[in-house]
Design a protein around this ligand. Structure first.
Ligand code: NAD
Length: 360
């Protein structure tokens, strides 16, 4: 039976980068006879313009029915002033929560060809290969109560809540341990247990889950130290498991170790490895419409989609190989360009990956 893939390009550079990723996915579909059927819909600002909400019910139903979702990015200045609860980013949070996509895998791999694009010295980052496992459907981005109020003294106050239940921590800890098990068997859990009650429970539960994984070496680190260690000696890490907000920040930080956020894919998985795949970056309104965005993070998200949700490792490997070959050819979008390389646009980069994949 054919597998259904829903494409949600989103806003800003989303449609530009997704178009290139779709070309790669369509070629992989033919080349490896994957039997995929692709369909498109809108999310974020594009959905607000069409339906008045950032995620229409029918789009959510199509996502539920699909075997995997490929998403570009959402948001932009056009929708920044509208009511907070129907902003583009709410559509993204809603689809993640409604599909139960609690496990966010964010690999930060430094392609050897891009060592000089990193902001750190080549010897600090060469060979870097970190996996950040971020909890995606709980914590402060979803916690209630949240809002604004006026205090008795007339001052305005805003507040958020950071809740974590035992089961939420347990299931993401398991993803962390399972991921570590198939890599170098080292897991670092990042929290703020010296200050936050939610982090104290996080640490306790991670310790409990560790008993089922005696082959994995577990360490704990406070998030402030982790932020520092990531730029001081990033290769000490292999798999990091952390909560929603800490993971959001640390994975963006890790992206710069690899040269550009334009290189980083991500997978968001439910308990059955059904998932949504998207680049780690946002909609980059500053460069949208110029045809210069790096499509590789989205193309590499296609590779993760094939690997995790469709169990098509050969096709996934081939896409990663094609990306590496294109970097070998010296092609670079502006964000990863340096002296001596060929500067290309979004479409040229996508075409080059397609050509490399076709020739493999
Ligand atoms: P951003 O990731 O969009 O951009 C940060 C910087 O990185 C910008 O200078 C941008 O030009 C650059 N950049 C990002 N992706 C790139 C690519 N593929 N190629 C080349 N350069 C790239 O983050 P931001 O500026 O903080 O946010 C812009 C909008 O995106 C906001 O509306 C924000 O809410 C939204 N956002 C969406 C997501 C998502 O859809 N998952 C994630 C983060 C931010």
């Amino acid at each position: 039976m054919s597998k259904q893939i829903l494409i949600l390009p989103g806003d800003g550079i989303g449609p530009e980068i997704t178009a290139e990723a779709v070309k790669v996915l369509e070629l992989a579909n033919d080349k490896f006879q994957l039997g995929l059927t692709l369909s498109h819909d809108v999310i974020g600002g594009a959905a607000i313009d069409k339906h008045g909400v950032p995620l229409a019910d029918e789009t959510l139903e199509r996502a539920r029915a699909a075997d995997a979702v490929l998403l570009g990015a959402v948001g932009g200045p056009k929708w920044d002033k509208i009511e907070r609860d129907i902003r583009p980013e709410r559509g993204l949070l809603k689809i993640r929560a409604q599909l139960g996509l609690f496990g966010n895998l964010r690999p930060a791999i430094l392609y050897p060809q891009l060592a000089e694009a990193s902001s750190l010295k080549p010897e600090v980052v060469s060979g870097l290969d970190i996996l950040i496992v971020r909890e995606l459907t709980g914590g402060i981005y979803f916690g209630t109560p949240r809002g604004n109020r006026v205090l008795d003294n007339g001052e305005r106050q805003a507040y958020d809540t950071l809740p974590y239940s035992e089961s939420e921590v347990r299931r993401i800890a398991k993803v962390g341990f399972e991921s570590a098990r198939v890599r170098s068997k080292k897991l670092c859990s990042v929290d703020k247990a010296n200050v936050l009650a939610s982090s104290q429970l996080w640490r306790e539960v991670v310790e409990e889950v560790a008993k089922d994984y005696p082959d994995v070496e577990l360490s704990h680190m406070y998030v402030d130290n982790a932020a520092m260690q990531l730029v001081r000696a990033p290769k000490q890490f292999d798999v990091i498991v952390t909560d929603n907000m800490f993971g959001d920040i640390l994975s963006d930080q890790a992206s710069m170790l690899t040269g550009s956020i334009g290189m980083l894919p991500s997978a968001s998985l439910d308990a059955h490895n059904k998932g949504m795949y998207e680049p780690c970056h946002g909609s980059a309104p500053d460069i949208a419409g110029q045809g210069i965005a790096n499509p590789l993070a989205t193309i590499l998200s296609v590779s993760m989609l094939l690997r995790y949700s469709l169990d098509q490792a050969a096709a996934a490997d081939a896409i990663e190989k094609a990306v590496s070959l294109v970097l070998d050819q010296g092609l670079r979008t502006g964000d990863i360009w340096s002296e001596g390389h060929v500067r290309v646009g979004t479409q040229q980069m996508g075409d080059a990956v397609v050509a490399a994949l076709r020739n493999l």
